[in-house]
Design a protein around this ligand. Structure first.
Ligand code: 5GP
Length: 183
């Protein structure tokens, strides 16, 4: 059985950049495509970035036991990991990576304790705030909401098997690849 790696980390820590660079370097890794009730942002493609679902469709998936985990993220929209795709890729021997929030991590810890849990951390709190403000994709209220969530997530870093500090994307990718047994 191939390995499942669960990656989490606070908002704006750079999970997207690290994961994208990892996939470029290791194209055999399957990145789980989450289901969400959040509307697509400009440029996001259904089935590629997320499976964009209505509330009713998401309810159905939950009812059918189709999700490995799911959570209400930032108190707003539901996000979940489709079970079938993860299991199918693991069964073919492909390493699987899921990138989810802390509530989801805690659920997978219960149901799949053999998974590897990795926390991506910012070099410092100030740097995290600067990255969030710098990308300018959220308004002030949303930034505050995300920073509140980030505090809770940073406090939970010790629940993970490994913390990788994202000081530089290339270095973080190398550490992640090593932890996943790819390098
Ligand atoms: P965004 O809306 O910015 O794409 O994602 C917001 C947050 O949702 C991210 O921090 C990410 O960790 C979390 N998230 C994305 N997919 C999932 C999922 O399938 N399950 C859970 N629990 N969280 C997810």
């Amino acid at each position: 059985m191939a390995s499942l790696t669960v990656l989490a980390g606070p908002t704006a820590v750079g999970k997207g950049a690290v994961v994208a660079a990892l996939l470029r370097k290791y194209p055999n890794v399957y990145l789980s495509v989450s289901a969400t009730t959040r509307p697509a942002r400009p440029g996001e493609v259904d089935g590629v970035h997320y499976h964009f679902l209505t509330d009713a469709q998401f309810d159905q998936l939950v009812c059918n036991n189709g999700l490995l985990e799911w959570a209400l993220v930032h108190g707003q929209y539901r996000y979940g990991t489709p079970k079938a795709a993860v299991e199918a890729h693991l069964a073919t021997g492909q390493p699987v990576l899921v990138e989810i929030d802390l509530a989801g991590v805690r659920q997978i810890r219960q149901t799949m304790p053999a998974a590897k849990f990795i926390f991506l951390a910012p070099p410092s709190w100030d740097e995290l705030v600067a990255r969030l403000r710098g990308r300018g994709t959220e308004d002030e209220a949303e930034q505050q909401r995300r920073l509140e969530t980030a505090k809770v997530e940073l406090a939970a870093a010790s629940e993970f098997d490994l913390t990788i500090v994202n000081d530089e994307v290339e270095t973080a990718v190398t550490r992640l690849a090593e932890a996943m047994g790819l390098a």
